[in-house]
Design a protein around this ligand. Structure first.
Ligand code: SF4
Length: 400
């Protein structure tokens, strides 16, 4: 990607110099950075990269995981979703306990430490047949079933669950917490405008931003190390992206629990309502990652490598310090057309860019030695796997 190595504008230089001294840009300054091009964009990336180096060094992390799509039924209808199915549709499926265990065991054999449970949001409120399926097994809600599947995986395989089931009340979080090393929900975007007719979250009751922020806040009160992030290219404005980053930062300031912020790019696929919408280009992605680094400073910033297979090395130059979960076993069920790069390739790309790739747990190093963030049933397992820095012990890292 050609970038112009010339002098950036005076204003950009001043904003970046302050950010490098630990003073993040104000919202209106960050809005301005979202228009950076040419020399200004080059300077923005350099500043973000320098900040990452200062706070995180030259170690980039990933979590070795299996993906457990517990159910692909959902009551929402996001216009970019390929994961969701309706009961009776080809591919609609809710995993049985045996299926869950089989995936987790396969992961364990290949050195995985994380079981990522990703699933649709409250399908029992929409589909009577699914409600009956749950009731026949003694459950009133998907989240009760999820709790037992997290407990099963933790107990029988030692993989550390990370639940990502959509909106959760504080009571839901309390119920799931004993069996999860961390949990998450993508904020996606803080703008309620995206719920209007013709927008991607129209008729998606679980995508109301205020409710997602409530879930994140409840996780903070319950001391859960929490993953969130933004989804870019779904019809939001650059300013709304930035406002979403500030909303996440504000919650982290209050509770200190946001363990990572994902910057995820929309991918157009033939079978989604947004099939003809443009995808964010590489410069757009880099600009957003770099602004995230400046706004979030020492927080962990992640971008998934499988959604830009030819270009992801550039993310390192924009300030990320993590690749997210990478699976040697399961495909990315949310983006099934986008396989993860081989771990060896990821390691080699990191080396070529001057970084060391290290394995982390689903709970980030910052929280590994803070007992208040680790439930009793999880703490022992985490500490058996982690070294003094909170990363996976070198001798236990999975093979490349
Ligand atoms: S993106 Fe998530 S909430 Fe939206 S339809 Fe798909 S599974 Fe449901």
């Amino acid at each position: 990607m050609p970038l112009v190595r010339q002098a950036p504008s005076l204003h950009i230089r001043q904003v970046l110099a302050r950010a490098l001294e630990g003073e993040p840009p104000a919202p209106e300054e960050a809005h301005g950075l979202m228009a950076a091009e040419g020399a200004d964009l080059y300077a923005l990336l350099e500043a973000a990269s320098a900040l990452r180096d200062r706070y995180k060094g030259r170690v980039v992390t990933y979590s070795r995981k299996v993906f457990i799509p517990l159910t692909n039924l959902c009551r929402d209808v996001c216009a970019y979703c390929t994961f969701v199915k309706q009961p009776g549709e080809a591919g609609a499926h809710t995993m049985t306990p045996d299926e869950v265990l089989a995936v987790a065991r396969a992961g364990r054999l290949l050195g995985c430490k994380e079981a990522l449970f990703s699933l649709g949001d409250k399908p029992e409120l929409k589909y009577p047949s699914y409600r009956r399926w749950l009731q026949e097994r003694g459950y009133a809600t998907t989240l009760e079933y999820l709790r037992d599947m997290c407990a099963l995986v933790l107990r029988r395989t030692g993989l550390l669950p990370h639940a990502n089931p959509g909106l959760m009340t504080e009571a839901d979080i309390v119920m799931l917490r004993p069996y999860n090393a961390s949990m998450g929900i993508m904020l996606e975007n803080v703008s309620p405008r995206l719920l209007r007719p013709g927008m991607p979250h129209h008729r998606c009751p679980d995508k109301v931003p205020a409710r997602r922020l409530e879930t994140m806040e409840a996780a903070g009160r319950q001391r859960v190390a929490f993953t969130t992030g933004i989804l870019i290219g779904i019809g939001e404005t650059p300013q709304e992206r930035v406002d979403s980053l500030f909303a996440i930062r504000e919650l982290h300031r209050r509770y200190g629990h946001i363990q990572e912020v994902i910057v995820q790019n929309f991918r157009a696929k033939p079978d989604i309502a947004m099939w003809d919408r443009p995808e964010p280009g590489l410069e757009d992605m880099l600009r957003t990652i770099a602004v995230a680094r400046l706004v979030l400073q020492d927080m962990n910033v992640q971008a998934p490598p499988n959604l830009a297979p030819r270009e992801y090395r550039w993310y390192l130059r924009a300030g990320i310090n993590d690749w997210g979960g990478v699976s040697p076993v399961t495909q990315d069920f949310i983006n099934p057309e986008a396989p993860w790069p081989k771990l060896r390739e990821l390691r080699d790309v990191c080396r070529e860019e001057g970084f060391e790739l290290r394995e982390r747990l689903p709970v980030y190093p910052e929280y590994v030695h803070r007992p208040e963030f680790l439930p009793d049933g999880v703490r022992e397992r985490v500490q058996a796997l982690a070294d003094a820095t909170g990363l996976v012990r070198r001798e236990l890292e999975g093979p490349y």
